[in-house]
Design a protein around this ligand. Structure first.
Ligand code: GLY
Length: 218
């Protein structure tokens, strides 16, 4: 999914197979259709109509990893929050989803409010982790909402994770969730329910640098 913080326009695709950069297809949905979210066969037909081609994404190495992890759940999600020199913000997310998912399963990643949210007047957030849990709290929207109330990105990230953890741990063992936030000043914050979570930040004055947060405190 890709979201424009100026207009709140969104483009998303889900449940499509074998396209190398689905976020580029999502951008076409945003720019060239009256819709925001295409899935499955419709998304694939739309991609072909825009000149995208299917490719084989599984390498020998990833097949071996898949075979060794076939019984464990995992996921591989990327989230980006960006701001240009005019203060226009955008967010993007992409994922292969979780291992061993049901056919047709779509996680949080392309869902506005869960996997991503951005508003030029407040800031943006992107989430990673178990989509089924992230959706339960619309975590990216929650983080942006908290920043609107005056929370710093770091405090918003921590509050979002603390809140969903508190809620869900009454009913189930918690799964990994991490969230990254940035406000209109370019301040960045992150929080995680994992032992640690790494992210990269950069600006005009700072080359891409790796930061790490450790598990949130309840
Ligand atoms: N956050 C990735 C997924 O659950 O699909």
């Amino acid at each position: 999914a890709i979201m424009d913080g100026k207009t709140l326009s969104l483009g998303a695709v889900g449940a499509l197979r074998g396209f190398k950069n689905p976020i580029s297809i999502a951008r076409k949905v945003l720019e060239e259709t009256p819709h925001t979210f295409l899935v499955g066969q419709g998304a694939e037909e739309f991609a072909f109509s825009k000149g995208f081609q299917r490719s084989i994404l599984i390498t020998d190495k990833s097949r071996k990893i898949w075979e060794s992890k076939i019984k464990k759940e995992s996921h591989d999600t990327i989230g980006v929050i960006a701001m240009d020199e005019n203060g226009n913000m955008a967010c993007g997310t992409s994922t292969s989803g979780i291992f061993m998912k049901y056919k047709g399963r779509v996680g949080d990643t392309p869902l506005v409010g869960s996997g991503l949210y951005v508003d030029n007047e407040i800031g943006g957030a992107v989430a990673t982790g178990l989509g089924e849990d992230i959706m339960k709290g619309c975590l990216s929207f929650h983080a942006v909402f908290l920043m609107r109330q005056g929370y710093s990105p770091q405090n918003a990230a921590e509050e979002v994770i603390r809140n969903i953890y508190k809620k869900l741990s009454k009913y189930k063992k918690h799964d990994d969730i991490s969230i990254l936030c940035m406000n209109t000043n370019g301040d960045v914050g992150a929080a995680t329910s994992r032992e640690k979570f790494e992210y990269v930040a950069s600006s005009k004055n700072m080359p891409p640098s790796i930061f790490e947060v450790t598990k949130f405190k309840t």
